[in-house]
Design a protein. Structure first.
Length: 66
């Protein structure tokens, strides 16, 4: 999902997306620990996507504070 698509979402939708990404990160770490991880690059993608969501949330919070 691109940053522009994230900017179109509401803060509640972004928080939900962030929660889903955090769950996915947990599951990927668990798979890696048990040796069942098929796509190691997905861990990096999930981490970066979570960072994008947090960045957009912070942007929205800063603009609302003004």
């Amino acid at each position: 999902m691109s940053a522009q698509e994230l900017r179109d979402k509401t803060p509640d939708q972004l928080r939900e997306e962030l929660a889903n990404l955090k769950k996915e990160q947990f599951n990927l770490r668990f798979q890696q620990a048990t040796g069942q991880l098929e796509n190691p690059a997905r861990m990096r993608q999930a981490r970066r996507q979570a960072a994008r969501v947090l960045t957009i949330l912070n942007e929205k919070a800063a603009s609302a504070a003004e």
